[in-house]
Design a protein around this ligand. Structure first.
Ligand code: ADP
Ligand code: MG
Length: 304
């Protein structure tokens, strides 16, 4: 008899926008008491936009943006896309003002090419642009004071700040903004009402993570976690006796989704996350995570 109720639960899930891998998945939600939420693309939209460009004393903002854009052009990371798109847009605009003919010809604003491109997971990108060794991300240990200040300022506003440098020296900071999804605060309230403790998990900077957490009403924040270490965080929570649901969208969330007692993938996310999850939230609306928990509890109650 029980498989029938589980099948009904599965069908109702599809109506709510929840794809369930198999009826047995509903069983795993029974004891879940903690819900780990990835930040970028899960709590936030993940559609980042370039907001500010700062250059260190003696450096040129346009040059900072041009070299960073050239390098990030080769990366798929949301931060990289924001920087490449922002660089193209701003440099094109600047070129159109100074030389309309060139801009019309589509010339003069194109980003230069990058060579020896290297992705450093959870930290940034490196490569060679116009003979210079360029790095973008969190790859410099020391910053000139004015850049440290610009970075702090951006992070306190909840923006991700990345450092741009070349030939061994940090020369600029780019601030990238990612909006918190309108539905995230409500989703966190619903998850709490179901008795789950929310935890925000991210590779991003602590100050940024705390600003986002405040906005949506989460007080447990685990930040600056390298992509390969997200799964360790899930294991650690499990080791404390917690039963963990994880919601994520990225390639870097896949192992954590697979290890969690219940893995919920954003349907708007990467294939790797969707394959690793037990459930997919089709529309990428975090409130549906609460619907999924509610549905499975109701389905299991029907069985008993
Ligand atoms: P999240 O856990 O929020 O999805 P990641 O682990 O992918 O974040 O990245 C963590 C941090 O590493 C980013 O916030 C950024 O500071 C830096 N980073 C990662 N990739 C890049 C990149 N391509 N360019 C610049 N910075 C990057
Ligand atoms: Mg993410």
């Amino acid at each position: 008899a029980t498989p029938t109720a589980l099948m009904v639960g599965t069908g109702r899930g599809a109506q709510l926008g929840i794809l369930i891998k198999g009826p047995e998945v509903l069983e795993s939600t029974r004891r879940v008491d903690t819900v780990v939420l990835d930040k970028t693309g899960t709590v936030t939209s993940g559609r980042m936009t370039l907001q500010e460009v700062y250059a260190a004393d003696g450096e040129d903002e346009t040059e900072v943006l041009r070299l960073a854009g050239a390098l990030e052009h080769a990366s798929e990371h949301p931060v990289a896309r924001a920087i490449a798109a922002g660089a193209e847009k701003r440099l094109k605009g600047a070129s159109a003002q100074s030389s309309p003919a060139r801009a019309v010809a589509g010339d003069g604003w194109d980003l230069p090419g990058a060579e020896h491109f290297e992705n450093v997971p959870g930290r940034g990108v490196r490569g060679r642009v116009e003979g210079r060794e360029v790095a973008v991300g969190r790859l410099y240990d020391t910053l000139p004071e004015e850049l440290a200040h610009a970075r702090r300022q951006a992070e306190q506003e909840g923006r991700t700040a990345v450092v741009v440098g070349w030939d061994g020296r940090a020369r600029g900071v780019l601030a990238v903004a990612d909006a918190v999804k309108e539905t995230s605060a409500e989703a966190v309230r619903e998850l709490r009402a179901l008795g789950l403790a929310p935890v925000l998990l991210t590779g991003d900077n602590r100050t940024v993570a705390e600003a986002v957490a405040r906005t949506v009403g989460i007080d447990e924040v685990i930040a600056e976690v390298l992509p390969e270490d997200k799964v360790e965080v899930v294991r650690r929570l499990q080791g404390e006796g917690r039963t963990v649901a994880m919601v994520g969208d990225g390639v870097n969330d896949a192992a954590a989704l697979a290890t969690a007692d219940l893995g919920l993938a954003m349907g708007t996310g990467t294939d790797a996350a969707i394959e690793a999850g037990d459930l997919t939230l089709v529309r990428g609306d975090l409130r549906v995570a609460a619907d999924a928990i509610r549905l499975s509890r109701r389905t299991l109650a029907t069985i008993k």
